[in-house]
Ligand binder design. Structure first.
Ligand code: DGL
Length: 283
């Protein structure tokens, strides 16, 4: 009995975090590629969107969420949110982890994507679409430069897209107006852009629409598959973390807002029904 307890507490699910629903587009690809693991998804819907919030606030919320994952037994947490990855990941990895949980790991979505983006462009001109927070952080510019110094990056913040998607208003003329406007702004910066990265976890939901407003030869890249492949490679390289990840193919969902709302809206992002529980982080 004691042995069984020790064994069970030794392993835990892989944590997947987002400010709300968007990370479900990433989890969807991760569970397709790595269905054997257990996953714990947590959307901080009550405090979303993170995009317009300050560095300090996003860092504080993200750290609080990471600590919650650790208490649930996760040894590995993926920040499936560009804004949290841009504004909080580095500080958590460098300053907090060594003190609170040196044996645990937190990964983001920016590095896996920037590692690959240079393979996808022929013209060497890449467009990045994201929230205000992600664009202002310059994280994509900095990271892409590290891996592909010759690639030129052009950014466009699309602050209206997340609210339109969250409010299920993305199939409307109003949404078309903002999508067209932001894409024109992006392409105006360089007509040679041949690859456009959706650097926000919500945007894959409107990938088809985005494609209709771009020249036919422009590749539109979602992050989900790239992040899933990068996680698979990480688990192969880091067996000390991999063996702490439980494998019963279970996925659980938590939200800081209404579970009913999460279940109703979340399935659009996840592509399958979701059943969540409400979580009060302050308790
Ligand atoms: N999930 C966030 C991202 O990928 C977008 C939503 C938000 O602003 O909270 O940047």
């Amino acid at each position: 009995m004691v042995l069984l307890f020790l064994h069970m507490s030794d392993t835990g699910p892989i944590g997947v975090f987002d400010s709300g629903y968007g990370g479900l587009t990433v989890l969807r690809e991760i569970t397709k590629l790595l269905p054997q693991y257990d996953y714990l998804y947590f959307g901080d819907n009550a405090r979303a969107p993170y995009g317009p919030r300050s560095f300090e606030t996003v860092y504080h919320y993200t750290l609080q969420s990471v600590e919650w994952f650790f208490k649930q037994g996760c040894s590995l947490v993926v920040l499936a949110c560009n804004t949290a990855s841009a504004k909080a990941l580095r500080t958590i990895q460098q300053n907090d982890l060594p003190n609170i949980a040196p044996e645990k790991r937190v990964l983001g979505v920016i590095r896996p994507t920037t590692e690959r983006i240079g393979e996808l462009t022929t013209s060497g001109k890449v467009g990045v679409l994201g929230t205000n927070g992600t664009v202002k952080s310059q994280s994509y510019l900095i990271e892409i430069k590290k891996f592909y110094p010759d690639v030129e990056v052009f950014q466009e913040a699309c602050p209206m897209w997340v609210p339109l998607i969250e409010n299920n208003e993305y199939e409307t003329e109003g949404a078309d107006f903002f999508v067209e406007k932001n894409l024109k702004n992006l392409m105006r910066q360089s007509p040679d852009i041949d690859t456009v990265l959706l650097a926000c976890t919500h945007y894959p939901l409107i990938k088809d629409k985005i494609e209709t407003f771009l020249p036919g030869h422009v590749k539109v890249v979602s992050q989900g598959i790239i992040v899933a492949e990068s996680l698979a490679a990480y688990l192969l390289r880091h067996t000390e973390i991999e063996k702490k990840c439980s494998k019963n193919a279970q996925v659980s969902f938590y939200t800081t807002d209404s579970a009913e709302d999460f279940d109703r809206n979340g399935s659009t992002f996840y592509g399958k029904p979701v059943q969540s529980k409400h979580l009060n982080l302050e308790v």
